[in-house]
Design a protein around this ligand. Structure first.
Ligand code: ADP
Length: 264
């Protein structure tokens, strides 16, 4: 218990320290990414400088990932959850996700036929999806696929591996968000540590080890669950379960049924 307390105090102070710096830095990086895009649009496609700019963009995205992770730590106490439609929120992020992933990595999207309402800060959802997709991309050597899907979850969700969540699960409907990749997968030893803060198998400068612990923290904060299946060689599937909220709690204009996008 003391260990846990120390751990959470450590994370809190890191969060507060980092939050101040990360916020401004993140804004600067956002501007940088924008100008890189602009420069690439102005240059002819076949220009040799395109590749250099692409590299700069990738590095800036990596830095943005780091600062966003630090921000997520700092922001922990001031998340503003609200009622959102899961499919709709994911769809808002798809084009950005496709833009920041390599061309050789395909992102597919299969929404559940019903767009469930959940209670979550949209920026936390974005954090979750970004972290899972960037990890998926990192695990894919050469070309591969990241499948994002939502399902109506039946029955109680499984418990997070080693997550200390073996309490009684309340009777509650869940919607499942799945992010599956065709990457390298993980062995059992790696798998057992992935939710620990600062655990990373990536080289210095490429990984902070904060991504999955942030995702885990967000899920726990919002009464959700996370489960992972992974096999070396075949890939990894993260399954996240969010409690479903009553439709009638949504403001009227939001409650209108949404036109379903066809799966891509
Ligand atoms: P980071 O990405 O900075 O290393 P994370 O907490 O996001 O930190 O991930 C921790 C570790 O979990 C990664 O270093 C990697 O070894 C492993 N991992 C996470 N997602 C995947 C995935 N989709 N496929 C294979 N390994 C993964």
């Amino acid at each position: 218990l003391l260990q846990q307390l120390l751990q959470s105090q450590k994370m809190e102070s890191i969060g507060r320290l980092a939050g101040g710096i990360a916020h401004d830095f993140n804004n600067a990086l956002g501007g940088m990414l924008g100008y890189i895009e602009l420069a690439r649009e102005k240059l002819p496609k076949e220009s040799a400088i395109q590749d250099d700019l692409h590299e700069i963009g990738t590095l800036a995205q990596r830095s943005a990932k780091l600062t966003q992770q630090l921000l997520a730590f700092a922001r922990k106490d001031v998340a503003s959850p609200r009622l959102i439609r899961l499919n709709r929120e994911i769809e808002k992020q798809l084009s950005m996700l496709r833009r920041i992933t390599r061309d050789s990595v395909e992102i597919s999207w299969t929404p559940a036929p019903h767009d469930f309402v959940i209670h979550l800060d949209p920026s936390q959802l974005s954090q979750i999806i970004m972290n899972l997709c960037i990890n998926a991309q990192d695990a894919i050597e050469g070309s591969g696929t990241i499948d994002i899907a939502t399902y109506a979850a039946h029955g109680s969700p499984p418990y997070a591996s080693g997550a200390g969540l073996q309490k009684q699960v309340p009777l509650q409907k869940y919607v499942q968000l799945t992010v599956r990749d065709t990457g390298s997968g993980m062995d059992k030893t790696t798998l057992s540590s992935i939710f620990e803060p600062f655990f990373t198998t990536k080289e210095v400068g490429r990984g902070t080890g904060l991504g999955l612990s942030t995702v885990y923290g967000i899920m726990r904060q919002n009464s959700g669950f996370i489960d992972v299946e992974s096999n070396p060689g075949t890939g990894t599937t993260f399954k996240l379960y969010f409690p479903v909220h009553e439709e009638k709690q949504l403001p009227l204009e939001e409650a209108a049924p949404k036109q379903q996008l066809p799966p891509q």
